[in-house]
Ligand binder design. Structure first.
Ligand code: M6R
Length: 374
């Protein structure tokens, strides 16, 4: 049942190229660049007129939501708010029937996410679900559902469901942008083509980084704490990398926006602290280049204090190799698609560290696969 893999988590990490392909299948045209999400059951009219989007989710799905905010705001120029589902109800959210609600949940059964959905509906919003389980609770009340086609996820630590959610969010953002006339057809086509190239790039990358992350796990599995840093859409990937590590290896880990280091966390840095930095970029994108430059100076601040940096970077970035102890190279991609690639080495690193520490990777202590109580 584990298909020759030692754990479900490892199997599911390797299934990601297939999961992303299946989530994309039939939803994009590589002739026109059009994205088709008719299954959502929402009229284009609703999508064209939505004044804002509220996203609620928990855990890993909340990290996908944060990445979704960057995608939707960047491509469709609609303001997006992201809440922890467990907090949404308690902040007395403001009723706005023109705001669209979006629930992201692998299982579709998470109690807090369902409660947030009910609250959104009570406030007059239509809701859309991004869900991996056909017919799950969240889909029953939603006006529309975008299914992720990750297939059943058994490991408690979410991996393929996460990258499928990111894929679905990218499609949703593209679709919104198209409905609202925010992209030229050449831009749409380019992004669709790039998305369709991700699975093959991911297969190559998995082969390349597997042994490397296993080696790194040997060096770092005794660390007491880990820090993960990123900027822009890479900040939620830092949060997700940290969550993966803490939930399966029981090592304390935190994700931080790289630019926040000076405001407190720099005090933690010493020669025992591994700092994983998402230092990827799309060199053809001016905003991405600028963000990358800033992240490089954050890396220098860490190394100046003897912190041990593991950087994730796109291939052929010589300058970074001169700055840090360890670089994990990933393929190039447009800025908004880099998260799909850069999260994979972080999943593998967490996995190999947990295995070395003798942890129960698929069934970590104190956790359940779906959290159906509040
Ligand atoms: O089924 P859901 O996506 O609603 O689950 C949300 C979280 O409970 C889930 O992502 C959890 O954080 C995972 N164990 C993380 O790996």
């Amino acid at each position: 049942e584990k298909g020759g893999y030692k754990h479900f988590m490892l199997k599911e990490i390797w299934e990601q190229p297939r999961a992303i392909r299946d989530t994309t299948l039939g939803r994009i045209s590589l002739d026109s660049g059009q994205v088709f999400l008719a299954e959502m059951g929402l009229a284009s009219e609703d999508l064209a007129t939505a004044s804002s989007i509220n996203i609620a989710a928990c855990g890993t799905s909340w990290h996908a939501a944060l990445a979704g905010k960057y995608m939707i705001e960047r491509l469709a120029r609609i303001p997006v708010d992201v809440d922890y589902a467990s907090e949404y109800r308690y902040r007395d959210p403001i009723a706005d029937p023109t705001a669209l609600g979006l629930l992201i949940t692998q299982s579709g059964e998470t109690a807090d996410t369902l409660a947030a959905q009910r609250e959104m509906m009570a406030l007059g919003s239509k809701t859309v679900a991004i869900c991996n389980v056909v017919g799950a609770m969240v889909t029953r009340d939603a006006h529309g559902t975008i299914y992720t086609h990750a297939g059943p996820e058994i490991g408690v630590a979410s991996t393929k469901a996460f990258t499928s959610q990111i894929t679905a969010l990218f499609l949703f953002a593209l679709h919104l942008a198209q409905v609202r006339g925010k992209l030229t057809s050449a831009e749409s086509l380019h992004l669709c083509e790039e998305l369709s190239r991700i699975p093959a790039k991911m297969i190559d990358m998995l082969k390349a980084v597997s042994a490397q992350t296993e080696r790194l796990a040997r060096d770092f599995s005794n660390a007491r704490d880990f820090l993960y840093l990123g900027r822009g859409i890479h900040f939620p990937m830092a949060l997700e990398g940290a969550l993966k590590l803490k939930e399966i290896s029981y090592i304390h880990a935190e994700g931080y926006p790289a630019g926040e280091m000076k405001h407190g966390p720099n005090a933690l840095i010493d020669e025992t602290l591994p700092v994983v930095v998402l230092a990827t970029q799309d060199p053809s994108d001016a905003g991405s280049r600028l963000r990358y430059e800033k992240t490089l100076s954050n890396i220098q601040e860490v190394t100046a204090r003897s912190g041990r940096v593991i950087a994730i970077a796109v291939e052929d970035q010589e300058e970074i190799g001169n700055l840090v102890e360890h670089v994990i190279s990933i393929p190039r991609a447009p800025e908004l698609l880099l998260p799909l690639l850069e999260i994979v080495p972080l999943q593998l690193l967490a996995y190999h560290i947990a295995v070395r520490r003798g942890c129960d990777v698929d069934q970590p202590r104190n956790l359940a696969k779906s959290v159906t109580v509040e």
